[in-house]
Design a protein around this ligand. Structure first.
Ligand SMILES: O=C(O)[C@H](O)[C@@H](O)[C@H](O)[C@H](O)COP(=O)(O)O
Length: 272
């Protein structure tokens, strides 16, 4: 495949296939910057949820290298995470650490992103358990839930999930179909509220903090970014609306739109 292709699925799902992982990251970065600019033209603040993983971090690095960075009013952007490994501040395996190195430190230092607008999930440096971290993050999300804009007064209605109106929520996907730290067959899939502590994760480290499905599904747009042939089977299963208990990514849908941003290898299931 030499170009990029897309198709509109019924409803609100869009699948976009790029030639390879590098183009995928570059395109996701361009798309993210454009989305933030578009949203900023009609409302502020903008809330973006970040993901870890190699494609997620490559996307942030591509954002950092874009000439469009100065076009964004970063003072009106808030950054959150979909999940975090329960590791000390500064640990190189924290999604936060990797995102700061790839993008956020530069935005704070040079482009006016207020340090206070970066909202990492707490780890053992500040709380004793993943549950404490999840509770603290839920409270922070609740404090920002009032950021909902005037042009969407209906979003204030009773029963609204107590999180900000996430404009874009980025997710990587593991070869097992997990998104955030919502793993197939794991009790975390039944977690209530907006955040949850995670134990016995099948992928190290075993302890994590994650958004729940309710929080993820409250986002206006959910973008799942996945590359590599090892993802193809679960991508296909999710796009076939497989059971969330087996393919958690199938349950990650946005209110307005769900984008599947793939490379060619992840988009084609090889017959066995
Ligand atoms: O929390 C983690 O252990 C990872 O962040 C993980 O959830 C990752 O996002 C996906 O496995 C996709 O990772 P890749 O993009 O590297 O395939």
């Amino acid at each position: 495949m030499t170009g990029s292709t897309s198709r509109q699925a019924p409803g609100v799902r869009l699948v976009v296939v790029h030639p390879d992982k590098e183009v995928l990251a570059q395109a996701a970065a361009a798309r993210l910057l454009t989305r933030v600019l578009d949203v900023q033209s009609v409302r502020s603040p903008v809330h973006v949820v970040l993901t870890g993983g190699s494609v997620g971090i490559a996307t942030l690095a591509a954002v950092a290298a874009s000439p469009l960075v100065p076009a964004v009013d970063w003072s009106g952007v808030h950054l959150w995470w979909g999940d975090e490994r329960f590791l000390p501040d500064g640990d190189p395996d924290r999604n936060e650490t990797q995102a700061r190195e790839a993008l956020l430190d530069g935005l704070v230092a040079e482009h006016g992103l207020p340090a206070a607008n970066v909202h990492p999930m707490p780890g053992p440096t500040s709380v004793a358990t993943p549950e404490e971290g999840a509770a603290a993050y839920a409270e922070l999300l609740r404090e920002h839930a009032g950021d909902r804009p005037d042009d969407h007064p209906d979003e204030q209605s009773e029963g609204t999930v107590a999180v900000p109106a996430f404009d874009v929520l980025l997710l990587g996907m593991g070869p097992d179909g997990h998104v955030a730290s919502l793993f197939p067959g794991h009790e975390v899939l039944a977690a209530q509220g907006t955040t949850t502590g995670v134990h016995a994760s099948p992928k190290p480290p075993p302890e994590r903090v994650s958004l729940t499905f309710d929080a993820i599904r409250s986002a206006r747009e959910v973008w799942i970014i996945a590359a590599g042939a090892e993802k193809a089977e679960q991508v296909a299963a999710a796009l076939a609306d497989g059971p969330v208990s087996e393919v958690p990514a199938a349950g990650a849908v946005g209110q307005a739109r769900t984008l599947w941003l793939l490379d060619a290898a992840a988009s084609t299931t090889t017959p066995k």
